[in-house]
Design a protein around this ligand. Structure first.
Ligand SMILES: Nc1ncnc2c1ncn2[C@@H]1O[C@H](COP(=O)(O)OP(=O)(O)OP(=O)(O)O)[C@@H](O)[C@H]1O
Ligand SMILES: [Mg+2]
Length: 611
C-alpha cells in the first residue's frame, strides 16, 4: 500500500495549506518571472487607492464655501488667502473630473498588469505541471482518477496565480484606500473618526472567524468537481457500455447525486458566509447613526464645520468598500493557499521509475532477454509474479498463454519498465533493465496493445508517432506491410483522414492495423503484442495476422494471444499460471505432456475455435 499512497493524490491536504511562508517560498520562482510587472502593479495600486481619499477630502473646502460662504483656514498662505481659495474652489469640480479620469487610467493599467502577470504565472505553472504529469509512472495513472488530476490541473494553477495576483492588487488598493480615508476622517474630526473606525473594525471580525470553514468547503468542493469530471470522462469512454446495459439512469443518478452534494456544500458555505455582509451593513448603520448624532452636536457647538462633516461622512461611506474588499481578500487568500498547497502536492510526487546516475546505452540484444527469479506485486502483500524465470533468445518469438489474471500482461509490462520489479532481475544482454537509459530502452521496444489507443489526428500522424522523422518511402512501406493500403484508398482523404478521439471512426481491425503500422515504423528489435488480435473475427484476424507477421519478422517477440494460429507460429510457448511459469516448450512438446496445463488449455480453448 505504501508505494501506492506515495503516488496517490490526497483529497485534501489542509495541513500544508496553513504553512503560508513555506508555500510562498515555493511560489516565488513563479512570481520572480513576473516580478517587474508585479512591482509596477503594486506601485500603481498605491496612488489609485489614495485617490478616493483626495476626492473625499476636497469636499470639505468646497462644501464650506458653497454652503456657508465660510472662509476656511485650509488654504491660508499669508496675504494670498482669499484669492487662492476662490480660485481653488472654482477649480475643484474640474479637479474631481480629472481625478476620476486619472483613477480610470490607473485602474485600466492595473487591471491589464494583473491579468498579464496572473496569466503568465498560471501558464508557467500549467506547463510545469504538464511536464510533471507526462513524467509520472504508469502507477500514478492507475491510482488517480482523471477527474481529480484534471481539477488539480485546471482550477488550482489559476487560483494559485491569477487569483493570487488579483488578491495582492486588491489588498494594496484597499489598504491605501483605507489609510487615505482614515486620514481624512482624522483630519476632519478625530473623535468622530475613533467611533467610525471602531465600527469598521467590529464589522470586519466575522470575516476572520469563518476562514477555516471556507478552506474546508473549498477542499471538499474540489473533490466533488474531480468526481464529476471523472463521471463525464467515463460517460464518454464507456458510452457504448452505458447504452448496452441501460445504465443511463444509473449515470444520471450518479451525476445528480454529485450535483446535490456540491449544492449542499456551497449552500453550507453561503449559510455561513452570507450573513457576513448584512452584519457588516448593520454595524455600519449603527456607526453612521452614532456619527450623525454626535456630528450634529459638534457642528452646533462649532467644533466642526458643515464642510468637514460632509467630507467625514463621505469618507466613512467610501470606507465601506475597501473594508469589505479587505475582508474578501483575507477569505480568498484561504482559497489561494489551499490551491497552492494542492499544486505543490502534485509537484512533490516523484516518479519512482527513473534513470540511475550513469545509465548505460542500449547496445543491442546480444545474449537476449532474461527474467531471473522475478517477484512483483502491484499492491503490497498481493504477489502477482512469483519467482518467475524465463530466457528469451534473440529473434525468438515466445507466446505467453494461461488463465486470465495469471500475469501475462504483467510480464510484458515489466520490459519497458511501466513498473519496476520487487526482487530478482530482468536483464538484456546481461545488463539490468534498471541500468539502461529509460528512453533508450523504450526506443527499442514496440508495443501493440489490445485496445490500440489512437490519438486525435490523421492516420498518418498516428503512424508517425512510432517514428517522427520517418520518410515518405518508409510510410508507404508500412502502409503496405500493415495492410492499411487496402482500406485507406476508400477513405475520402486517404492517409490524412482524421480518425476522431481514440480512433473512433475506424473499425476495430482498421484501428489495430494502424497501431501495428505505428509499431512497425518504429522498427524496434523487441516487439510486444498483448492480445493484439483478440478483438477480431476470423476474417479480419487473417489480415491483421498478416500485418503482424510482417511486424515480427527478425524481431524478438513476446506475444500474448488466445488464438491458436498466433500461438502455433511461436518458437516456444510459455504457460503462465498464477504468476508462475508452469510449462515451456514448442506446441508439439507441450501438447504431448499428459495432463499438462497447455494440453488442457488447448482442448478447452483453442481446439474448437482455432481448428
Ligand atoms: N494496474 C494494476 N494494479 C493492480 N493490480 C493489477 C494491475 N494490473 C493487473 N493487476 C492484477 O495482477 C494480476 C495479473 O494481471 P494480468 O493483467 O497480468 O493478467 P493476464 O494474465 O494478462 O490476464 P488476461 O489474460 O485476463 O489479460 C491480476 O490479479 C490483476 O488483478
Ligand atoms: Mg492481459
Amino acid at each position: 500500500m505504501e508505494t501506492e499512497n506515495k503516488l496517490k493524490l490526497k483529497d485534501t491536504n489542509s495541513q500544508d495549506a496553513f504553512r503560508y511562508g513555506h508555500l510562498m517560498k515555493r511560489m516565488f520562482p513563479y512570481i520572480r518571472t513576473v516580478l517587474g510587472r508585479t512591482i509596477l502593479l503594486i506601485l500603481l495600486a498605491i496612488p489609485l487607492g489614495l485617490l478616493d481619499g483626495v476626492i473625499a477630502y476636497s469636499l470639505r473646502p468646497y462644501m464650506d464655501y458653497v454652503v456657508n460662504g465660510n472662509e476656511t483656514q485650509v488654504f491660508e498662505y499669508q496675504g494670498f488667502k482669499i484669492q487662492l481659495q476662490a480660485f481653488l474652489i472654482q477649480f475643484i469640480p474640474y479637479a474631481i473630473v480629472f481625478f476620476a479620469l486619472l483613477q480610470g487610467v490607473l485602474r485600466y493599467i492595473c487591471n491589464y498588469l494583473s491579468e498579464w502577470t496572473g496569466n503568465k504565472m498560471s501558464n508557467n505553472l500549467k506547463i510545469d505541471l504538464f511536464h510533471k504529469l507526462t513524467a509520472m509512472d504508469t502507477k500514478f495513472y492507475d491510482v488517480n482518477s482523471s477527474g481529480l488530476v484534471l481539477s488539480r490541473f485546471w482550477t488550482d494553477p489559476e487560483q494559485a496565480s491569477r487569483a493570487l495576483i488579483d488578491t495582492i492588487k486588491s489588498f494594496i488598493l484597499s489598504i491605501f484606500e483605507l489609510a487615505a480615508l482614515v486620514i481624512v476622517l482624522l483630519v476632519n474630526s478625530w473623535k468622530l473618526a475613533v467611533i467610525g473606525v471602531s465600527v469598521m473594525a467590529i464589522a470586519l471580525t466575522p470575516v476572520l472567524i469563518i476562514r477555516k470553514k471556507i478552506k474546508s468547503v473549498s477542499n471538499a468542493n474540489m473533490v466533488i468537481i474531480g468526481d464529476m469530471t471523472t463521471n463525464f470522462n467515463e460517460t464518454f469512454a464507456g458510452n457504448k457500455i452505458i447504452t448496452a446495459y441501460n445504465l443511463k439512469e444509473h449515470q444520471n443518478q450518479k451525476f445528480e447525486g454529485q450535483i446535490r452534494t456540491q449544492f449542499g456544500l456551497l449552500m453550507s458555505l453561503v449559510k455561513r458566509v452570507g450573513w457576513m455582509s448584512p452584519i457588516m451593513y448593520f454595524f455600519c448603520s449603527i456607526g453612521i447613526a452614532i456619527v450623525m448624532n454626535y456630528g450634529n452636536s459638534l457642528i452646533i457647538s462649532g467644533d466642526m464645520t458643515a464642510g468637514a462633516f460632509a467630507s467625514f461622512i463621505t469618507s466613512l461611506l467610501l470606507l465601506y468598500k475597501p473594508t469589505k474588499s479587505l475582508g474578501l481578500t483575507l477569505t480568498s487568500l484561504q482559497n489561494i493557499f489551499v490551491a497552492i498547497a494542492r499544486v505543490f502536492e502534485l509537484f512533490d510526487l516523484m516518479p519512482e521509475i527513473k534513470n540511475t546516475e550513469n545509465p548505460k546505452p542500449f547496445n543491442g540484444l546480444g545474449s537476449g532477454i532474461r527474467f531471473s527469479h522475478v517477484n512483483f506485486e502491484y499492491e503490497e502483500g498481493q504477489p502477482v509474479l512469483k519467482d518467475f524465470s524465463l530466457d528469451v533468445g534473440v529473434n525468438e518469438t515466445i507466446a505467453l498463454v494461461g488463465n486470465s489474471g495469471g500475469g501475462k500482461s504483467t510480464i510484458v509490462n515489466l520490459i519497458p519498465r511501466f513498473y519496476d520489479i520487487n526482487s530478482g532481475a530482468i536483464t538484456i544482454n546481461g545488463t539490468d533493465l534498471r541500468d539502461f537509459n529509460i528512453a533508450d530502452l523504450r526506443n527499442n521496444i514496440s508495443f501493440v496493445f489490445q485496445d490500440n489507443y489512437l490519438f486525435t489526428g490523421s492516420i498518418k500522424e498516428n503512424i508517425l508517432m512510432g517514428k517522427q522523422n520517418a520518410s515518405e518511402e518508409e510510410i508507404s512501406e508500412v502502409l503496405k506491410l500493415a495492410h492499411i493500403d487496402e482500406f485507406v484508398g476508400t477513405l475520402p482523404e486517404g492517409i490524412n483522414t482524421v480518425v476522431g478521439e481514440r480512433g473512433a471512426s475506424l473499425s476495430g481491425g482498421q484501428r489495430q492495423r494502424v497501431a501495428i503500422a505505428r509499431a512497425m515504423i518504429k522498427n524496434a528489435p523487441i516487439v510486444i503484442l498483448d492480445e493484439a488480435t483478440s478483438a477480431l473475427d476470423n476474417e479480419s484476424e487473417a489480415v491483421v495476422q498478416k500485418a503482424l507477421d510482417n511486424l515480427i519478422k527478425n524481431k524478438t517477440v513476446f506475444v500474448i494471444a488466445h488464438r491458436l494460429s498466433t500461438i502455433q507460429n511461436a518458437d516456444r510457448i510459455a504457460v503462465i499460471n498464477e504468476g508462475e511459469l508452469a510449462e515451456i516448450g514448442t506446441h508439439d512438446e507441450l501438447i504431448s505432456i499428459p495432463n499438462g496445463k497447455y494440453k488442457h488449455l488447448y482442448e478447452m480453448q483453442f481446439a474448437p475455435a482455432g481448428v
